[in-house]
Design a binder for this molecule. Structure first.
Ligand SMILES: Cc1cc2nc3c(=O)[nH]c(=O)nc-3n(C[C@H](O)[C@H](O)[C@H](O)COP(=O)(O)O)c2cc1C
Length: 228
């Protein structure tokens, strides 16, 4: 599916016009831009699948999962981490090179990218010319944002345009935010996603290519119109 932004209005001359579109980085005189986004996600317990589906609905773009060749268990995560194993994955449903910008969505395990997403990035390195990363992760570990960004750079050879962590711990009262086992097992609901609306809008606005959803989300950042 093609995600298009219609610039049939006169070219923008004032900053406020750009803001209306949520397109801070769009400056050319082009009247119509057609941008193809693809969302590639990995999810073990469902949270990041929910996020990927939500983003795909907002943007109106294709999305597809990273599917492993072997079934994963909690023990597999531990063993992959301990022995730095690289799980094998099935071919993707879509060709990455057919798209202008890829949004990667995956959990964070032990302050690193989930292993199947690492495999995907390595395999698609040549085609990942423009990408960003977002995660429904658990909590803030020291330097986690920097470590994820560095990992993305070393795997793909390029910096992501933006990296966003939506922390599940922020859904909990202050006294429970350090309860790692509870947070790691938590299943995010569609209602929970509303709490992250402004962060998601900020993530979409930071994209190098026009994203109509950024505007929609910006308007609905109170959550009233989200997930209808
Ligand atoms: C073994 C394990 C390790 C984890 N380590 C981290 C971590 O280092 N940092 C973090 O923010 N979240 C961590 N989490 C939380 C997951 O990122 C979070 O639960 C995520 O939403 C799971 O995504 P999924 O449901 O799409 O698989 C960990 C979860 C598990 C199971």
């Amino acid at each position: 599916m093609v995600c298009s932004a219609d610039f049939s209005q006169p070219p923008c001359s004032e900053d406020h016009t750009l803001k209306e579109y949520g397109l801070r980085q769009y400056t050319s005189q082009t009247r119509r831009i057609v941008v193809k986004y693809l969302i590639i996600y990995f999810s073990f317990s469902g949270n990041n699948r929910l996020l990927a589906e939500y983003l795909a609905t907002q943007i109106g773009c294709d999305f597809c999962p990273v599917v492993e060749k072997k079934r994963r268990t909690g023990v597999t995560i531990l063993l992959d981490t301990l022995f730095r194993r690289e799980p094998k994955i099935q071919p993707l449903e879509h060709s990455v090179s057919d798209y202008d910008h890829i949004i990667l969505v995956a959990p964070i395990w032990d302050a690193k990218l989930a292993h199947p997403m690492k495999t995907l990035i390595k395999q698609e390195k040549a085609a990942l010319t423009s990408y960003s990363f977002i995660s429904l992760c658990g909590y803030e570990r020291p330097q986690q944002q920097e470590s994820i960004t560095q990992e993305l750079l070393s795997l793909s050879g390029r910096l992501p345009s933006t990296v966003c962590q939506l922390r599940i711990c922020d859904l909990f009262p202050l006294e429970k935010r350090n309860d790692v086992p509870t947070i790691s097992r938590y299943h995010v609901t569609r209602d929970d996603l509303i709490q992250f609306a402004s962060q998601i809008a900020e993530f979409l606005r930071a994209h190098p290519l026009p994203s109509p959803a950024a505007t929609d989300l910006g308007i609905a950042s109170s959550g009233d119109d989200l997930l209808a």
